[in-house]
Design a binder for this molecule. Structure first.
Ligand SMILES: [Zn+2]
Length: 248
């Protein structure tokens, strides 16, 4: 509710016919009607400073790794931590990935949480602005960030800069051909902070690459980048063992 939470609560107003709050989102003041009980609670909250609770900076973060490193688990753990501190998060995931069902972020260890879905036509800035106009969030979290278009990554950058909300993206860096995903390439260019989520190859070295195996167990050298779903056909490897598998 106070400053630094994305939507800025500017005022808590009471008029004869209207009780509500003004938020400040993307340079626009947005008025929302509220019930009298909630208005009373907001009035008290508005009077407090927000210094007591640590919050992430309004930056664009990119947490990247290869397959099966536990990115979604980390995302869900971070979201859980905010909720324990009484803060809301806004979770988004791509509709290309149906592993956990529509509108959910799931992890291989069984955690899951509801999420809004974005597609290739979605305006992520508008989605975030709409969510913030319904109430503040401590952090926006975007799973499967490799699938974003270049333009969508710029939309997230604008949300960070103009709405003042931290955005944390989680995604794969390279595909099974060793090529950057478009969303990841743009995030590597634009992110304020990048963190590698590590996993290891069978040899014990850090795995940075991934191979896709066909039904015969052989590494596939080309094909559609978008086909994700069966974890069992992807194996994360160090670069040396990736080269051995693909003969490069
Ligand atoms: Zn290796």
């Amino acid at each position: 509710m106070p400053r630094g939470l994305g939507a800025t609560l500017d005022a808590v107003l009471r008029r004869p016919a209207r009780v509500g709050v003004y938020y400040h989102v993307a340079g626009r003041a947005i008025f929302q009607r509220r019930g009298i009980r909630e208005w009373n609670a907001l009035t008290r909250l508005h009077a407090l400073t927000d210094r007591a609770t640590p919050r992430p900076m309004a930056k664009l973060y990119f947490h990247y790794s290869t397959m099966n490193a536990g990115k979604s688990t980390l995302l869900l753990q971070a979201a859980h931590n905010y909720h324990e501190m009484g803060m809301d998060t806004y979770l988004m995931t791509a509709d290309f990935d149906h592993r956990a069902g529509n509108g959910q972020i799931g992890s291989r260890i069984g955690l899951s949480r509801d999420a809004d879905i974005y597609g290739s036509d979605s305006d992520l800035f508008e989605m975030i602005a709409t969510r913030l106009s319904a109430g503040p969030v401590a952090c926006v979290m975007v799973d499967e960030a490799q699938w974003m278009s270049k333009e969508q990554v710029w939309q997230l950058a604008r949300a960070v800069d103009d709405l003042g909300v931290p955005v944390m993206c989680y995604g794969l860096r390279v595909d099974f051909r060793g090529e950057l995903f478009p969303g990841s390439a743009t995030l590597l260019a634009l992110a304020d902070e990048m963190r590698e989520v590590r996993t290891i190859c069978h040899c014990g070295k850090k795995a940075t690459m991934v191979i896709r195996k066909g039904e015969d167990g052989q590494a596939l050298l080309d094909g559609d980048q978008v086909q994700v779903g069966g974890n069992e056909t992807y194996v994360s490897l160090c670069r040396r063992h990736w080269r051995e598998e693909v003969g490069r």
